[in-house]
Structures are given as structure tokens and as C-alpha cells.
Design a protein around this ligand. Structure first.
Ligand SMILES: C[S@@+](CC[C@H](N)C(=O)[O-])C[C@H]1O[C@@H](n2cnc3c(N)ncnc32)[C@H](O)[C@@H]1O
Length: 208
């Protein structure tokens, strides 16, 4: 019988064709990333297949057993694309609170369908570090209005392939309706704003 923890990952990701492995591989090809932070990760362990050190975070206590499981460790070792031993751990905490992590110590901050991570967790990202964010909960919009980030690239998924582009970035984050995008507006709205041009994911660099 399939291990219950591996089944949890497969049910949520591989079986739904939603591992997003190509997303992390594309980022790995483009940027120098060793250490990633993934707040609101749930059981989405795909980044540790690509990056040798990942800190996962969510509010669910039951996920500690998932991340401590020998089966998950074996599965990660089977899937990883780098030679070293994977280093990962799980922090069970609200990411809006202070996490037991060193400031400016991560190369990559991952924000996927889990709220305003770009704002709450930016301190953990190195200056020059990368934020990858989708706009499902409005977090890409939040990053786009932050003075701490510079919009650097878009990533699009087409025919199961993830492509990265740095061209025509000025065409993104233009609202279809005449509205002023502020932090207060996004907090109230909590979903992607309607823009004239959109991407699957957005890449920002922490500037200060
Ligand atoms: C829709 S799931 C997305 C999971 C994963 N990021 C993915 O893309 O498959 C959102 C997750 O974010 C977590 N989350 C939301 N707010 C959070 C917070 N303030 N602190 C930590 N985790 C949070 C939820 O518990 C949930 O597991």
C-alpha cells in the first residue's frame, strides 16, 4: 500500500498535474539559488527536489509528521536533481509572526496561493534575493507596489512548459479598471486584480 504521506503529496500535486517542478527548475537555471523559504507550503515539497535547502512553513501541526517521515525523506532523495543530501525542515507557525529564522539569509522566497507572503516574510530574503509569486491572493500585486522589490521577470506555463521572460515588463500590473492599487485595497480584496496582461508567476528581486 502507498505510504499515506506520499499519497498526500501525490493527491494534491502529481495526480492533479500540479507539481510545478518546471517552475522551480526554470528559476534554478536562471538564478543562483541554494536556500529557499516556502511559507504556506502545506505538503508542496516540489522545491526540495530542485534546491538543496528548503524551509517549509504552515500552520498545520499534523504536517510535522509529514515532514519528519522517513518515507518522505526517501521520496525526496529519489526525486532530487542535485548531488548533496537534502536539507529541509518544517516550522509550524503563522508566517505573520516572527519565525525562528535569520534575516536576509534566503536566496528564494516562494509565495503560492497563501496570502501576503511577500510583505510578511521579505526580511528573510537576502538583498538581491528572488521572490517568486503568483497573484491568486493578490500577493504579486502587493509586491508590485512595494518599494522593497524590483519586478524582474514573468514565468508562463504553456503546454506543461515553464518559460521565463524579462521583456516588456512595463505591460504588466496595469489594472483593467481605473482603481488605485494600495495595500489597504489588496487586504480587503484578497484576490488577483484584473490586469490587462497577466502571467502564471512573477519574479521580483529584493532591493532593500
Ligand atoms: C491553498 S494552500 C497552498 C499550498 C501550497 N502553497 C501550494 O501552492 O500548493 C494555502 C496554505 O497556506 C497556509 N497559510 C495561509 N495563511 C498562513 C499563515 N498566515 N501562516 C502560515 N501558513 C498559512 C494554509 O494553512 C494552507 O496550507
Amino acid at each position: 500500500m502507498k505510504d499515506k504521506f506520499i499519497s498526500l503529496y501525490e493527491k494534491n500535486h502529481s495526480k492533479k498535474d500540479d507539481e510545478r517542478l518546471g517552475l522551480f527548475q526554470r528559476l534554478n537555471d536562471e538564478y543562483s539559488i541554494k536556500k529557499a523559504l516556502y511559507p504556506g507550503s502545506y505538503a508542496h515539497i516540489t522545491p526540495i527536489f530542485v534546491f538543496p535547502a528548503v524551509i517549509f512553513n504552515d500552520v498545520y501541526k499534523k504536517l510535522q509528521k509529514f515532514f519528519d517521515s522517513d518515507e518522505v525523506f526517501k521520496y525526496i532523495n529519489k526525486r532530487k536533481i542535485y548531488s548533496e543530501e537534502p536539507f529541509y525542515s518544517y516550522i509550524c507557525e503563522d508566517y505573520n509572526k516572527e519565525l525562528p529564522l535569520e534575516k536576509k539569509s534566503f536566496d528564494l522566497l516562494i509565495s503560492q496561493y497563501a496570502g501576503f507572503i511577500s510583505r510578511a516574510c521579505r526580511h528573510y530574503l537576502k538583498i538581491g534575493g528572488i521572490l517568486v509569486v503568483n497573484n491568486s491572493h493578490g500577493d504579486a500585486s502587493m509586491a508590485s507596489i512595494s518599494p522593497d522589490y524590483e519586478f524582474s521577470a514573468v514565468i508562463n506555463k504553456r503546454d506543461k512548459k515553464f518559460t521565463l521572460s524579462t521583456r516588456n515588463l512595463e505591460e504588466y500590473f496595469i489594472p483593467k479598471k481605473k482603481i488605485e492599487i494600495t495595500e489597504e485595497f489588496l487586504e480587503k480584496y484578497m484576490r488577483g486584480v484584473g490586469y490587462t496582461k497577466t502571467a502564471t508567476d512573477y519574479v521580483f528581486k529584493r532591493t532593500c
